[in-house]
Write a protein that binds this ligand. Structure first.
Ligand SMILES: [Zn+2]
Length: 134
């Protein structure tokens, strides 16, 4: 299973703190103090209440697989197939689309742990692996 990531993710003003934290292998998710909910991916406003005073909190990295797929056709040049994409439900109750790496096959409701794949610019891509492979 190929785990290489073929391009650098684009960051913007809203997602810059998320990507900066990945340099230290820290997973941040946005938290809205007005309605006490987390959200991911990073957005300028809270999708639950419209609040704009969002904070960043470190996620535990504990998650379960909500759904998964095996990608067998490259979406663009540079992707080497096959690879797994999972919907990881983080302990903070947000969904993160991510890669599933390692030797095992993903299963729904499988507990997974956060891992990091280095990118060429010093950032890291959050990925998940089976807890048994930790
Ligand atoms: Zn809110």
């Amino acid at each position: 299973m190929n785990d290489a990531f073929p391009y650098l993710p684009i960051e913007d003003e809203v997602s810059a703190p998320f990507w900066a934290a990945t340099r230290e292998r820290t997973l941040l998710v946005q938290f809205c103090p007005a309605c006490t909910r987390f959200q991911h991916y990073p957005r300028a406003i809270c999708t639950q209440c419209g609040g704009t005073a969002l904070e960043w909190k470190e996620a535990s990295g504990n998650a379960t697989i909500d759904s998964w797929t095996l990608v067998t056709r490259a979406p663009s040049e540079g992707f080497e197939v096959p690879y797994y994409i999972i919907r990881a439900r983080l302990e903070e109750n947000v969904i993160m689309l991510s890669r599933f790496v390692g030797e095992s096959e993903p299963e729904c409701d499988m507990s997974v742990a956060l891992g990091w794949q280095p990118l060429s610019d010093g950032r890291h891509l959050p990925v998940f692996t089976s807890e048994q492979e930790q």
